[in-house]
Write a protein that binds this ligand. Structure first.
Ligand code: 5AD
Ligand code: SF4
Length: 478
């Protein structure tokens, strides 16, 4: 399963995130993050709140006054990893009894007081909508009081908090455009841990993107659990939209938001994630086609290729509907990269359903996928109404087959980029050689090439004539 871990886990899992501030005499925070891009974006909000509260950061948890772990609850193995880390951190308390340990994010929301009562692993528990309360919770914990805030909100979007960019390359940044999720996929814990879906004021999103561009950033990724259902009309809660429209307020859709961000500057690249097939409309695709600076890459998780399983998953679409969405992308954006998420071994999945997933992957010709075996999550509809009846060995064997298919597809896709010029935004030195720059093309594939006199944040036109399985190699031809 080593290989599988590498494929599903982005390199940042468990990374200690740093603030760049002058830290003389300030208490020190150690902040570690797990989970999705949204969680890493949330850590930047938390860092901003703590910076205002007078904290500096450290990369060494042994010298920290406060340790925070921003957690993920999506699969059991994500939670197990966090538990292990919390046990390590608790040991650090032996040397420093004043040390405060806090658990933030989705696992905090899921387990709530249990963390304090049963496990006694931590001093503070904070859910994703309660980060503004952290300074208060820290004071309570310092006084030895119970410090839990897991209240979910219908309004909180942290719109007015300027995130502190952690460990940033100064070129690429995430912007959260909405929070929560109303989809209720039967396998998923997110609606319970992140609460109701709400969109963020477009003005504050645009201001954040403009500010980043002025500071030298050249790529923003707009984040939401389901960006296609972004909507704002004087407020961001979907149920209030009809009344707002009746009052004559104008609504901003995701397509309109995307266009406004793209118009900030042609040198500001725009990406976004995640699309939900049931809500992805052609107007977004036409906006993407219109702007060169909107990257041609769509993450459109299918989860399963079997309509019967999709129904049990409550995904709101069939295989045929999904295929029609892929055809629309291929027609409107012929050079667009498409990636997916896949779950194997969901409740009642037969060999035939599994074959349907494999055939759909081939048909869709995905550039990339995140692939998982099903992990039952407490309180979800699947846990309450269905039986987790596929043996773990079968789930894992099917997963291995899914991974094999994707590997072959990705390798083939990489080769289609050979002998072409790619516009690449330079992000960092290549991991293999400090003589080479690394960046990504529009389709999100890493491209490396000799540095010459270019610098981080520049765009380079790179003629690609070599590749490994996943990386393109070439020379700048500016
Ligand atoms: N088990 C396995 N994978 C899951 N995902 C979400 N919930 C589960 C679960 N219970 C996967 C889905 C989703 C991605 C973020 O994580 O594929 O798109
Ligand atoms: Fe992100 Fe979902 Fe994990 Fe929460 S549970 S951190 S929303 S992936």
């Amino acid at each position: 399963m080593e290989e599988f871990e590498k494929i599903i886990d982005e390199s940042r899992q468990g990374e200690a995130l740093m603030l760049e501030v002058n830290d003389a005499g300030k208490p020190k925070l150690y902040l570690e993050s797990y989970g999705c891009q949204m969680n890493f974006a949330d850590s930047e909000i938390v860092a901003s709140i703590l910076k205002d509260g007078g904290y500096a950061t450290t990369k060494d948890f042994n010298e920290a006054d406060v340790i925070f772990v921003n957690t993920c609850a999506i699969r059991d193995n994500a939670e197990q990893r966090v538990r292990q880390r919390l046990t390590d951190f608790k040991k650090a308390k032996k040397n420093n009894p004043e040390l405060i340990i806090g658990v933030l994010g989705c696992m905090a929301e899921r387990l709530k007081e249990k963390f304090l009562e049963e496990e006694k692993l931590v001093d503070i528990v904070v859910g994703p909508d309660a980060y503004r309360d952290i300074p208060n919770l820290l004071s309570r914990a310092e006084e030895g009081q119970k410090a839990v805030n897991v209240i979910l909100s219908k309004e909180e979007t942290y719109a007015d908090i300027t995130p502190v960019r952690l460990d940033s390359n100064g070129v690429t940044a995430y912007i959260s455009i909405m929070r929560g999720c109303d989809n209720m996929c039967s396998f998923c814990v997110v609606p319970f841990t992140r609460g109701r879906e709400r969109s963020r004021d477009p003005e504050s999103i645009l201001a954040e993107a403009k500010d980043l561009f002025e500071k030298g950033y050249r790529e923003v990724t707009l984040l939401g659990q389901n960006v296609d259902s972004y909507i704002w009309a004087g407020g961001g809660l979907k149920k209030d939209i009809p009344a707002a429209l009746d009052k004559g307020l104008k609504a901003t859709s995701f397509a309109e938001l995307l266009e406004m961000v793209a118009q900030i500057h042609s040198d500001l690249r725009v990406r976004y994630s995640t699309s939900n097939p049931k809500d992805m409309t052609d107007d977004v695709l036409y906006v993407m086609a219109k702007y060169e600076n909107i990257c041609k890459n769509i993450h459109l998780p299918v989860q399963s290729g079997s309509s019967r399983i999709l129904e049990l998953m409550n995904r709101g679409y069939t295989r045929e509907y999904y295929e029609e969405r892929i055809l629309a992308i291929r027609k409107i954006l012929p050079d667009c990269g498409i990636s997916s998420d896949i779950i194997t071994g969901f409740c009642t999945e037969t060999e035939e359903d599994h074959q349907a997933t494999l055939s759909l992957m081939e048909w869709a010709d995905y550039d990339f996928s995140f692939m998982f075996f099903y992990s039952e999550r407490p309180n979800t509809a699947a846990e309450r109404k269905l039986t987790d009846d596929i043996p773990e060995l079968v789930k894992k064997r099917r997963l291995a087959e899914v991974i094999e298919v994707q590997k072959a597809l990705s390798e083939k896709k990489t080769k289609t980029h050979l002998n072409k010029t790619h516009r690449v935004l330079i992000e960092r030195s290549s991991k293999r050689s400090d003589q080479m720059w690394a960046g990504r093309n529009s389709q999100n594939i890493v491209v490396v090439f000799p540095k010459g006199d270019l610098k981080i944040g520049d765009y380079a036109n790179v003629w690609v004539d070599e590749c490994t399985k996943t990386t393109l190699i070439g020379k700048a031809v500016n």
